[in-house]
Design a protein around this ligand. Structure first.
Ligand code: HEM
Length: 486
């Protein structure tokens, strides 16, 4: 009798908890169903835009392709365009466009307000990176944060420090050749040891940006071998060993990068980016603390390493950036490389906060009004494969960038999305071009003639875009280019 009596309150409590959980779950599920029904109803402001009903209903559709299939949503968006046309609804709130002629409307210049969308930024930044210009939603705040840094990345500024880029590139090629020579001697073989040339390029790009921004190279080129490098620190973050790599990345953001920045601040005579930014009167003091500065520093390394390193191989003559880019065929090779291998493959939406965008296709038979406040983006890997602009788009064909008289077709260049366009475009575009031209020329003269590719299968297949981890990935993951030198 007494045990029955004692069990009753527990039984009551258990069933009360179970009932409450069931009610909470049913309410939540009911709410989600109502939201999904609203999303696909004619009442939703994006209801007239075509696309799969499941994508419009909720974010699970995008999550399936992004998480379960592993970075494959861009491929699915491409298929949506083939079925539904130039503008498609890819989730409840976002549109995607694949008409390159509309590029400058979406990615407009600083005179027109373009916010970023928090949905996209959620994937991109934690800690100090979340406080950077890149991760800022509002147009006006972004403009204020970016301006003091942008002037250090102008053409004139980069041209002044071009000698440092050349020194780093020459160090890399010398090291490639000397490692090959030593391993040939050690193994009594005709070829040096096989290595991934992208590791060498990652060391190059990280040391260049370190030297440029902090006034100190990060020592990746001069270390023994090519790893670790900055890319090996952060890229596996998305792969196998989450815990350890996140710890390394956090250490970089919170200890190593602040150390480099402090050294630059302690040596203002060196006149590097961070020392100068501190003197900038238009940037409020609240954006000048170590948290904000190290976020930008980390971003320079993050955005300027893997992106540029995937590109650095090509051709010709005298080693000055301005001379090299004036060789039309060399220029065309670089443009074609950026088209096929654009570095950042993930879409990036912009929000025209206070203006509707009016879309009309070239034939004039598809017309849309994109309501103000709607996130709409493009993906380089989709635009760059437009057969109307680039016939036989899968083929690597630099000639497509040249006019009949052999001069560069600069008009075509404005459709290139590799560095994005408009007010939110890449701050490091000039530095990246300088690095690419110089390294490509050195490689063409000193390394490529003696190199053998050691990657299985057809090279075109091996280097082909397959999925996104923000940066472009092949079927085998991050791009690799293993070579040996004879
Ligand atoms: C081939 C090399 C590179 C490619 C393809 C590339 C590509 C891009 C793209 C597409 C964006 C826009 C991202 C978005 O819309 O959300 C971007 C932004 C950015 N890039 Fe690069 N990048 C390269 C090299 C560099 C270098 C060398 C730096 C070093 C300074 C750099 C620093 C940045 C920063 C700080 C931003 C954010 C700009 C802003 O928020 O306004 N990038 N980059």
């Amino acid at each position: 009798m007494s045990s029955t009596f004692a069990a009753t309150p527990y039984a009551f409590q258990e069933s009360w908890i179970r009932n409450s959980l069931e009610i909470a779950f049913a309410t939540y599920a009911g709410y989600k169903v109502m939201v999904a029904l609203y999303n696909i109803s004619p009442l939703h402001p994006l209801s007239r835009f075509p696309g799969p009903m499941l994508a419009a209903a909720g974010y699970f559709y995008e999550a399936y392709y992004g998480w379960i299939c592993g970075g494959k949503y861009t491929q699915q968006i491409k298929r949506m365009h083939e079925k539904y046309g130039p503008i498609v609804r890819i989730n409840p709130d976002e549109l995607h466009c694949n008409d390159p002629l509309f590029t400058d409307e979406i990615y407009a210049g600083p005179g027109r307000i373009r916010d970023k969308w928090y949905h996209q930024l959620n994937t991109g930044g934690a800690g100090p990176v979340s406080a950077t210009a890149f991760s800022t939603v509002l147009h006006e705040v972004h403009k204020m944060k970016k301006a003091p840094y942008a002037r250090f990345f102008s053409r004139q500024q980069i041209a002044k420090l071009e000698g440092e880029v050349l020194d780093a590139a020459q160090l890399v090629t010398n090291k490639v050749l000397s490692i090959a020579q030593s391993s040939k001697e050690a193994n009594k073989s005709q070829h040096g040891e096989v290595f991934d040339v992208k590791d060498a390029f990652n060391c190059y790009t990280a040391d260049v940006i370190g030297q440029y921004a902090f006034g100190t190279s990060m020592g990746f080129i001069t270390q023994e071998g090519w790893t670790p490098n900055f890319a090996t620190w952060y890229i596996p973050l998305m792969a196998d060993h989450m815990g350890e790599d996140i710890a390394t990345v956090m250490r970089q953001m919170n200890v190593v990068i602040p150390g480099y920045i402090q050294a630059a601040l302690d040596d203002p005579e060196n006149r590097r980016v961070f020392a100068e930014v501190l003197q900038n009167k238009s940037l409020p003091d609240s954006y000048k603390d170590m948290f904000h500065l190290s976020g930008e520093g980390f971003n320079f390394l993050l955005a300027g390493t893997e992106t540029t390193a995937t590109l650095s191989d090509t051709s010709p003559s005298t080693l000055k950036w301005s001379h090299l880019e004036n060789k039309p065929y060399f220029w065309a090779i670089v443009q074609e490389s950026l088209r096929i291998m654009p570095g950042v493959s993930h879409r990036s939406a912009r929000i025209a906060r206070d203006e509707d965008l009016h879309y009309k296709n070239a034939a004039g038979d598809v017309v849309y009004l994109v309501p103000r406040g709607t996130p709409i983006g493009m993906s380089s890997v989709i635009n760059h494969m437009d057969p109307k602009l680039y016939p036989d788009p899968e083929a690597f064909r630099p000639e497509r960038w040249l006019l009949d008289d052999g001069s560069p077709n600069y008009k075509l260049q404005k459709y290139l999305l590799a560095f994005s366009r408009g007010s939110r475009s890449c701050i490091g575009e000039n530095l990246a071009y300088c690095e690419i031209y110089i390294m490509a020329a050195l490689m063409a003269f000193q390394v490529i003639p003696r190199a053998t590719l050691h990657e299985p299968g057809e090279p075109a297949e091996h280097f082909k875009y397959d999925h996104d981890m923000i940066v472009l990935q092949t079927k085998n993951g991050s791009i690799s280019c293993k070579i040996s030198i004879c």
